[in-house]
Ligand binder design. Structure first.
Ligand code: HEM
Length: 290
């Protein structure tokens, strides 16, 4: 079934993009676009259709490592078309962003505008446009394979970070614990978690030491679990770090011009990676010690 023409290639792109565009157009007939609130709700629906595609594209290579088989191959074979469907949905978000900025400039400037968000957002769209054009032969031919890989890796991490941090903020800073914000936050974490698991499992197999007892993985697992607690309960520590950063003018200025600074939602993820690294180190050392 996964080889069927219907769910592969451009057919898959249209199978995803046509319903998304229909949903957006249907919503347009139901909201008052002469109000900022109306346009905002269009930005919301467009990006909520886009983000799951971003997460699937972000996790695609890891799925193929963790679950090698028909589904893993299908997702990798169609990563380009899932990515292009994400870009198409983001084109709708851009349309309504421009609508907001041009037709509801007052609302945008007084209620939404923040230079750091604009730097992150324009960075995201610039990378997305470059990733989209280099998904076609004419664009790809202008880059070496190494340049192409760097662009698409930096691009997907930048866009994933934008989405993941947006939902982190909704949950742990501005206290908007809507169910959908939890779903999109944990989907974002799961997509990253699969990349981390694939990274770890590849190296775990390579370090083909006998030692795989509790002593090998427990210290690393303990560190990773502390990280997972940080991912789950962001408010107490995260808000404090942000407020501390905002209270120091120098850090505040850095925060305005440095995308995603001070990177708070990343801290527990780095801790989880350190945990995985520690477990790998112990295994490699025990393998070396024979
Ligand atoms: C300059 C560029 C951008 C601007 C001006 C912008 C503007 C906005 C605005 C106004 C909202 C809030 C809509 C509402 O009232 O709920 C929003 C939400 C959002 N945007 Fe953007 N955005 C930009 C780029 C991006 C990029 C590159 C991404 C990457 C994935 C992104 C992802 C999101 C997400 C995840 C939400 C939350 C949607 C939800 O409530 O579920 N945006 N954006």
């Amino acid at each position: 079934m996964l080889k069927s023409k219907v769910i592969n290639g451009w057919n898959l792109f249209w199978l995803i993009s046509l319903p998304i565009s229909s949903a957006v157009i249907l919503k347009m007939t139901k909201v008052d676009l002469s109000t900022a609130r109306g346009v905002s709700s269009m930005i919301e629906i467009a990006v909520r259709c886009a983000v799951p595609l971003l997460y699937v594209t972000f996790a695609a290579s890891a799925v193929n490592v963790l679950y090698p088989g028909d589904f893993g191959r299908w997702i990798l074979r169609n990563r380009k078309f899932l990515g292009l469907a994400f870009a198409a949905a983001m084109a709708w978000q851009l349309t309504f962003i421009l609508w907001m900025v041009t037709r509801h400039a007052d609302h945008y400037v007084n209620r939404i505008y923040a230079l750091s968000d604009v730097i992150e957002g324009i960075g995201g769209y610039t990378l997305l446009i470059a990733m989209t054009t280099t998904s076609f032969k004419f664009g790809r031919s202008r880059l070496t394979p190494k340049q192409w890989k760097i662009l698409h890796t930096v691009g997907i991490y930048w866009l994933w970070t934008y989405a993941f941090i947006t939902y982190w903020w909704y949950l742990f800073y501005s206290n908007q614990p809507l169910v959908i914000n939890y779903i999109y936050y944990w989907m974002g974490f799961l997509a990253w978690g699969m990349r981390m698991a694939a990274w770890t499992s590849r190296r775990w197999q390579k370090a083909n030491g006998e030692a795989s007892g509790v002593a090998t993985w427990l210290p690393g697992a303990a560190v990773a679990i502390v990280g997972l607690l940080g991912v789950t309960f962001g408010s107490p520590w995260g808000k404090a770090i942000y407020d501390f950063g905002f209270s120091i003018p120098a850090l505040n200025t850095i925060g305005v011009y440095t995308p995603y600074f001070p990177f708070v939602p990343y801290y527990p993820l780095v801790l989880m990676m350190l945990g995985a690294g520690l477990a790998l180190k112990i295994r490699q050392q025990s393998a070396a010690a024979g």
